[in-house]
Write a protein that binds this ligand. Sequence first.
Ligand code: HAM
Length: 424
Amino acid sequence: MAYQTMRGFYDILPDKTEAWLQMESLIRTMCTLYDYAEIRTPIVEDTKVFKRENDSSDMVNKEMYSFTMGKDNYTLRPEGTAGVIRSFVEHKFYGSMELPAKLYYIGPMFRHERPQKGRQRQFNQFGVENIGLMSPLADAECIALGYSILKAFGLKSIKVLINTLGDDESRANYRAALKEHFAAHLDDLCEDCRRRYEQNPLRILDCKVDHEKACVQEAPKLLDYLNEDSRQYFEQVLKMLETLGIPYEIDDKLVRGLDYYTHTVFEVVSLHEDSGSQSTIFGGGRYDHLVEYFGGPSLSGVGFAIGLERLMMLIEAEGHPLSEEKSLDVYVMSLQGCQAKALELATILRSHGYKCEANLQPRSMKSQFKTVDRKKARYMIVAGEDEIANNSYTIKDLTTKQEYPTTMEEMVTVLDGLIEGEEI
Ligand code: HAM
């Protein structure tokens, strides 16, 4: 029987991991510049962490990988925010940390969605949460971080979409208006939207099935139901984005697929043809009630998450090329019976920072030379009986074909000298 990854799951193979490491490394550097610290929460949480009372999102109702073991109900995390806030409250960071707490995470998420290009069932997200500062400036700073990361990778065809869901009062008014509007169109709506009508009519605006229908297109606009505070809050976010030089487009239908958002919501989409129908690179927004939900004080947060597979696809399509894996510095060949010495030499070189491989098998010199070529080694050393007996080795520069005699003890100094000479 042939084993394969399951639909929607995939391997990241060794020829890609170097690019992934570089992508993650640049993300970490950018987070450090914005003074975010990394947090690592479990991949599995109590289902209640994600399934909050009366949640109307597809992610929670249809897409979670949940299972029961004994009395406990577990869920593979479908997103990072809930776990981070659970941890923030559990460890009482609101008392011990300077607020806002600025946390970031990178790791796998799981959603049982229909797989297609740019949409997996296991995917990786990088996300940030800024918790404890209710300010339009924090929203703008958050968007600026995400935007500058995409720019740092050289992405050009990107667009920031932004909207506001307003405060609780504005949303309650809007909800009432939507209910009134859709009451006359319930028969036109899909089954899910009829459920959404009862639970959270805002979700109807986000429906992939009903999106184009006239009753959705003609629905009241949230911007018309904002109270003065919410309107001013949104205006200040926009003004700050302008000051920071971040172009945006207001999208009054943007409500986001998760239930916890309040005030600002945003997405960054790619306009590049390779992104296909899954063009959203990152999404996020403000949440006023999550910290309280987990039993903490009344603190608001704002954050976003980037889908790393989508980001990688776009970097490959239009970004700065990520450099290739570094080739070998030294290959240590060995004649029959001398493999142990080859390993000893390689270990010394590695301990001095040289990327090194040694032949540890009984192989012909011809096949070892092939490995030297394949691995694009810069230098080569041979460990044979004579070399070992006389403690006399030769470092061969495989580019210039020059040879340099050395002993085991002096090998690192000689190599250091050669490399230094190259750098001049
Ligand atoms: P989200 O919009 O559900 O937000 O996901 C963020 C990003 O993850 C998406 O824009 C997309 O790039 C990627 N993504 C989502 N689902 C998939 C999938 N099935 N396959 C590949 N990539 C996917 C959140 O998860 C929120 N927690 C963001 C947030 C943080 N809001 C506040 N703080």
